[in-house]
Design a protein around this ligand. Structure first.
Ligand code: ADP
Ligand code: MG
Length: 266
């Protein structure tokens, strides 16, 4: 299979450059209220969350609990109503749209459930798009897009349009697009929600490889099987963090021998 390992020196935004001791994501009292006419929806009611570089986090919780709202804030696609968000040492909670767009382009790769590819553009053009915004020359853009497409197993689909690809292939294009800038953080909001089980497993293998490659990965999922792959599970309920556990702790807590050693009752 192809490797996702890319030369970091050619793209300056690698997580390698962030300080190892400081969480790459620091969130304090984050709130988001949507205003729709007369009604207000409090989607996030005060989130505290720190995430370290190279963590692999599954974000879970019932529908409407605020997962997508939090992901959009994490990904600098939207701004909070109140609270503090520091991304890689920069306070992004009060940034203007243009500044936010720049940070997003440098540091974030976002993967959506519905792929969000441009239908009239080829696979190569879709993947190269973030590099257009970053002002990278055409030849470098295309070479880089090709390299990333090869790494997700789509080196032979560069000239196809999205409607000529399967769901799993479209999601791989979207992942390649998210990776093309070599961002520190990959965010994925229910990336396998529209895919069958077999394809979901293939997509999850790619996320695992991205994580092994040094990236911070945060993904929303409803599937316990998928969350199993993560090292930490954060659960939201009604816009707050209901629980936040490392996967080892979950395994240990359900391991009878360990419970015995800890003196816990079964
Ligand atoms: P989840 O992804 O966990 O299903 P969301 O973050 O999408 O939850 O939604 C949280 C709450 O915010 C829900 O009550 C939802 O209806 C509301 N909401 C989400 N997006 C918007 C929006 N753009 N405008 C108004 N309300 C929204
Ligand atoms: Mg959602």
């Amino acid at each position: 299979s192809h490797s996702l390992i890319v030369p970091v020196h050619s793209f300056p935004n690698s997580s390698i450059h962030s300080l190892p001791m400081q969480p790459v994501i620091q969130i304090k009292d984050l709130t988001k209220t949507y205003i729709m006419g007369q009604t207000q929806v409090r989607a996030l009611a005060g989130i505290d969350l720190n995430i370290d570089t190279n963590e692999y986090v599954a974000l879970m919780g019932p529908s409407g609990s605020g997962k997508s709202t939090l992901m959009n804030l994490l990904g600098c696609l939207d701004t909070p109503t109140d609270g503090h968000y520091e991304l890689d040492g920069k306070d992004v909670s009060k940034m203007e749209d243009n500044e936010l767009a720049q940070i997003r382009n440098e540091k974030i790769g976002f993967v959506f459930q519905t792929f969000n590819l441009l239908p009239r553009q080829t696979t190569l053009e879709n993947v190269a798009l973030p590099l257009v915004y970053a002002g990278v020359s055409r030849s470098v853009r295309e070479a880089r897009a090709r390299e990333v497409l090869e790494s997700v197993g789509l080196g032979d689909r560069t000239d196809h349009r999205p409607n000529e690809l399967s769901g799993g292939q479209r999601q791989r294009v979207a992942i390649a697009r998210a990776l093309v800038n070599n961002p520190a953080i990959i965010l994925a909001d229910e990336p396998t929600g529209n895919l069958d089980t077999k394809t979901s497993i293939e997509i999850m293998e790619i996320f695992e490889e991205i994580h092994n490659n040094g990236n911070t990965v945060i993904l929303v999922t409803h599937e316990p099987d998928i969350a199993e792959h993560a090292h930490r599970i954060v659960r939201l309920r009604d816009g707050i963090v209901e629980s936040d556990v490392r996967n080892e702790e979950i395994r240990r807590a359900s391991d009878p021998e360990h419970r015995y050693k800890q003196g816990l009752s079964l």
